[in-house]
Structures are given as C-alpha cells and as structure tokens.
Design a protein around this ligand. Structure first.
Ligand code: M6R
Length: 602
C-alpha cells in the first residue's frame, strides 16, 4: 500500500516527485524518498514520517536540465518505518522503488548474500536492485539485466529502477500492482495511480500484468513475455478524488475489493509451510503468560471477540474481551500472568490507549495489533503486530477488520505452537485454510450484482437482526455495525441461540433477519434458531453454503470446509449488503453522519 512516482524530462524533478507523492500520501506515509540522476550524478534523499519531512530535507536541493527521477511513499509492511527501510533502495550505482510483495525475496536475498552482497534494509524490495547489478555485471547491458531481474521475481510488484549505468533511462515493470505511464510530448511520467500525474500528463497508458520496459529520450519501449509490444494511450481523467478511488464509487467499496490482496501481505513471512511465525515477538514473549485480556472498541472489539473463541479453542488459554471504555472505569482486577492485547486500526483511539496505559501501570505485558506503525498504541505497547491493511479511508472499517481477525487467528496458532496445544496435523490444516483466504475474499461480479439486487428489499422495516453462533456471533455484530453506521437503519447482532430469550418478541414480516449459517459450525443448531424466527413470520436473508428452504432471500456461499473460510466469505457478503443498502438510500458511504475515522476523544 505504497505510492510510486517517476519522471523523465527537463522540468524541475524534485517538485514533480514531491507533488506526486503528496497526491499518494493517502495510501501510506510512514516514510518517503526520492532519487534523481542528472548528467551522471545520482542524488537521493529519504525521510521518516510524513512527506513534509522529506520536503524539509530537500529544501536546498534543486534539479536542472534533463534527468530521470523516481520517488516513493511507504506504508511499512516489511521492517520498521526507518530511513534504511524507506525507498528508493540503493545498490552500488542504482536505485529502485517498488510496491507489492516479492514473495521469493528470502530465497533471493540468501542467494545474493552468499555471493557477498550486503543488505542494508529489512525489505523485500532491496533484492531487486542487487539482482539488477548482479546481472548488469554479467551481461553488461542495463536493459538485459533489468529483464533478467524481472524474470526472477515472484509475487506482486510495480517497480521503477534508475541506474548510473543508463543515466537517461527509467526501467519499469508491473505485475499484480498498479502502474501507469503518463505522456506530455517528450515528458514521461510514471505513477502507481492517476492522481500524481493529473494536470501534468495529457495521455496515459495503464500497464498490464507482465509488462516491463524502459523510457528514454521521450519514448517508451514496452515488452511482455512475447517480446516488444505496441500500445495505445488514452486521455487522462481530470478528477483527482475519482482517481484515488481507482474506479470504485467509494473508498469503502475499494477497500472491500482490496481485502483479498492485502490478506496476502498480512500473511507474508508469517504463515510458513509448517508453522506460523511472528518476527515481532521474541521466543520468550509468552513465558509466564496464563491468560489473555483484549481491549478494543467498535469493529476492533468484534475482531477481539472472534479471537477469544480462537485463543481458548486453539491455544487453550483463558481469554477475556472488554470494550475499552467499559474496562477503564470498572476497576478491573489485573494479574501479571495476563497478556494485555489492544486492537486498533488507527492506533489512536483514546479509550483503547487509556486502557493500555492502565494495564501497563498494573505491570502487565502488552501487545498491540494495529494498522499504523508508530501510532500511540504501538509506541505504548511492549510489542506490536502490524495488520498491513494499508490506509483505510472509509469510516466503516472493512479491510482493517479482516486483517485484524487474520492476525488474531495466526496469533492463536502461534501461541498454540509455543504452548504445544496444537498438533502438526492441526497446524497443517489451519495453514492450508489460511492460504485459501485471499481466494475466499474475492468479490465476484455475480456476488456484487446479487447483493445490489437484494438490497432494494431491505430499505424499510423496523430493524435488522444479524444472527450467528460461535465466531459467527462476532461476525453478526460486525455485520450489524456496518449496516447501521452507513445505512442509519437499526440493526443488532445477536447470538442466534439467544433470540428466544427475548428479541424473538419483535419478530414479524418487517423484522429482517440476516442469518449466518455456516456448514462447518453448529449448522443444525442455527437452522432451528432460524426456523423459530421464520415460524413467527420474520423475513429471513440466509447466508450459507447449504440451500435453506425457509429463507425469503438466500446468498449461497462457496466454502464449506473450514469455519474461517466461511467466516471471511460471509464477512464480504455482509459488507456488500451494507454498502448497497447505503447507496440505495443515498447516504454518504465513506463519511457517514456523526462519525469520525479515528476517535481520539473519550
Ligand atoms: O482505530 P480503531 O480500530 O481503534 O477504532 C475503533 C472504532 O472506532 C472503529 O473500529 C469503528 O467502530 C469502525 N470504524 C466502524 O466501522
């Protein structure tokens, strides 16, 4: 979730790069950097934190005449947000910027290290520049070396490389991460989305996966695995906000679609062949820990609640979850054998932060699960695991919830390994399921269209009940929260088995029940709970892999082999349902009334 810009031409390069990065800052801002080659001279600057720090650092630097230049703004995934980990990454005479993940970077890194290459950063990106220089030494042809480098990369990437070995050229490649080329006469621009080049370039070409090439002397040579390729440019849109949404109507919609991809980043380097590993936690981290307490708010509280089932079931450790604002004033009994976990997308939620401070004062070991490195909660915690969701702009949290839940599932297994409560067989099954999650999160056109059509039937009534059991109960809570915050319709999440203890009194045809009916978890139990509601004429929208006769509406899910696969697939259905209802009601999906993305007051 980083941003890339590049420019080749005669204009002032520093300003073009910094302005471009400014437009991409919404994607990530824990560090930024630029590299410029003019004549044969290579200059580079990096700064941690917001872009203004890089501006300050480059205040006296100016470019003149023709040159090539690349820039990057980073949202930390591999390694801390330090200058060394900031892009551009340097070889001996070349610089690279990159978005995405090089999945085989550990293998490549080992190979290069064994040949004497010294790595400065913890990133996967740095392998690209060293590979390039290795092949350049062998082939003595910069483009051939770049092409050879690209052949070696596995995973998703959009990358730009400049080198003193070809000081008038920018090399580029794209596979799985977005990248485009902008044109204005001889001036050539690169960017990871439209916004940095709007108002600068007139025409644009959106690179396709597998394409690579170079820009030189005002022209671009493009290749794919069939050889050189011609391409047709198109006029560039002029609407920046539209461009930031990358073709989606709302940031929330974009973020729902992104979940499949970001989940790969969440798991990267952590979900290994035969175990789950967190380099953030040292081996002794769980020593002396006999219980877990989790504090969080809103959506993050729901992921915590789901995790409490997983910790007890998988890691066999007592786990108790509290809403942070309640925890703060209840004079809780805290014992030092309890690991205190906070969960927060922003890392700045006041109630969660204060709960953490209380736990620290009581001498508890703390761990935060957070999407923003260097945030207050991360800084305050003994250890932190980043969810790597990338910036979330929609107030209604989607990919943050998905990645938090994933990290917590991974953590439950990791603890289970440590406490030897999971067999290798169970571990293998869980890992196999984890690796399928990105696929389960893909939003198909058919699913989205179905939810769009269904939504028109759910715009009135006197309320919604989302019901589920076990981990599907927190998912029901989350589905209800999504709906209420962006549709302004009343919705409640409830444990399915609890409806008969009171809420069923509300049942009539105007009570909408969204029933989460996983095949792999208490199917018969929830089925009879839904039958009870149906018998009282409640309108039922069932979500299940198993066709359900009594449903008024039915969304059939595909996965029926593992509860977490069902969980994530159903999560997407509830998110799309909320989105489509909100759109039909004409609400502001991304900025619902009365809400803020980060709640920094009590
Ligand atoms: O940043 P946090 O995760 O700490 O925020 C906590 C809640 O304010 C947040 O999860 C909120 O409930 C969601 N944005 C709702 O979609």
């Amino acid at each position: 979730m980083c941003g890339i810009v590049g420019y080749l031409g005669k204009k002032e390069k520093k300003e073009i790069l910094l302005d471009g990065l400014q437009e991409l800052e919404y994607r990530g801002y824990d560090s930024a950097g630029i590299a410029v080659i003019e004549g044969k001279k290579l200059n580079s600057f990096k700064a941690v934190g917001k872009l203004e720090n890089l501006r300050e650092k480059t205040k006296t630097f100016q470019t003149e005449g023709f040159g090539v230049s690349i820039g990057h703004t980073r949202w930390a995934t591999h390694g801390k947000p330090t200058e060394l980990n900031a892009h551009p990454h340097l070889g001996a005479y070349s610089y690279v910027v990159h978005n995405g993940i090089i999945e085989n970077y550990q293998k490549l890194k080992k190979e290069l290290q064994s040949e004497g290459v010294n790595f400065l950063s913890q990133t996967d990106t740095e392998t690209i520049v060293h590979l390039f220089e290795k092949y350049h030494k062998q082939l003595n042809d910069p483009f051939a070396a770049f092409a050879q480098t690209i052949q070696r990369l596995e995973g998703a990437y959009a990358t730009l490389l400049v080198s003193e070995s070809a000081p008038d050229t920018i090399f580029f490649a794209k596979n799985g991460s977005p990248m485009l080329i902008g044109f204005d006469g001889d001036e050539i621009y690169f960017a990871s989305s439209d916004t940095p080049i709007i108002g600068k370039a007139k025409e644009v070409y959106y690179l396709e996966d597998g394409e690579y090439g170079y820009a030189k002397s005002g022209t671009v040579k493009l290749y794919n695995n069939h050889g050189e390729k011609s391409f047709i440019t198109q006029a560039l849109s002029l609407d920046k906000i539209l461009a930031q949404k990358e073709g989606y109507r709302f940031f929330m919609e974009k973020e729902i679609y992104e979940q499949s991809r970001v989940m790969g980043e969440t798991m990267m380097g952590r979900v290994l062949d035969d175990r789950v590993d967190f380099e953030e936690l040292d081996a002794a981290f769980f020593d002396g820990i006999h219980a877990i307490k989790i504090c969080a708010c809103g959506t993050s509280y729901h992921s915590a609640l789901a995790a409490s089932y997983l910790f007890e079931r998988i890691s066999k450790i007592r786990c108790n979850v509290e809403i942070a604002s309640e925890f703060r004033y209840k004079e809780p009994l805290l014992t030092k054998d309890t690991l205190f976990i906070t969960i927060s997308q922003s890392g700045e939620t006041a109630d969660t932060l204060e709960a953490l401070k209380m736990a620290k004062r009581a001498g508890l070991k703390s761990l935060s699960i957070c999407n923003v490195d260097n945030s207050s909660i991360v800084r305050e915690s003994d250890a932190a695991i980043l969810t790597r969701a990338g910036i979330e702009k929609g107030v209604a949290s989607t990919k943050a919830f998905a990645t938090q839940t994933m990290v917590l599932w991974m953590l439950a297994l990791h603890m289970g390994q440590h406490k030897q409560t999971v067999s290798q067989e169970v571990l293998n099954t869980e890992i196999a399921a984890m690796l399928q999650i990105p696929k389960a999160l893909i939003v198909t056109d058919a699913l989205h269209e179905k939810l769009h059509r269904l939504s028109k039937r759910y715009l009135h009534g006197h309320g919604f009940f989302f019901i589920g059991r076990d981990i599907f109960y927190p998912l029901a809570l989350e589905g209800a929260l999504k709906l209420k915050e962006i549709s302004y319709l009343h919705a409640e999440g409830y444990p399915a088995g609890e409806m008969k203890h009171g809420p069923i009194a509300l049942a009539d045809s105007e009570l909408f029940t969204v029933a989460l009916m996983p095949k792999t978890m208490h199917y018969d139990k929830i089925k009879s709970n839904v039958e009870e509601l149906s018998a009282r004429d409640a309108t039922i929208l069932a979500i299940s892999p198993e066709p359900f006769e009594l449903a008024d509406d039915f969304v059939q899910t595909a996965y029926d082999t593992h509860p977490m696969l069902e969980f994530f697939e159903m999560m997407v259905v509830t998110q799309l349902l909320a989105l489509e209802i909100s759109v039909r009601l004409g609400n502001d999906v991304d900025m619902p009334r009365n809400l803020a993305k980060s709640v920094t007051v009590e």
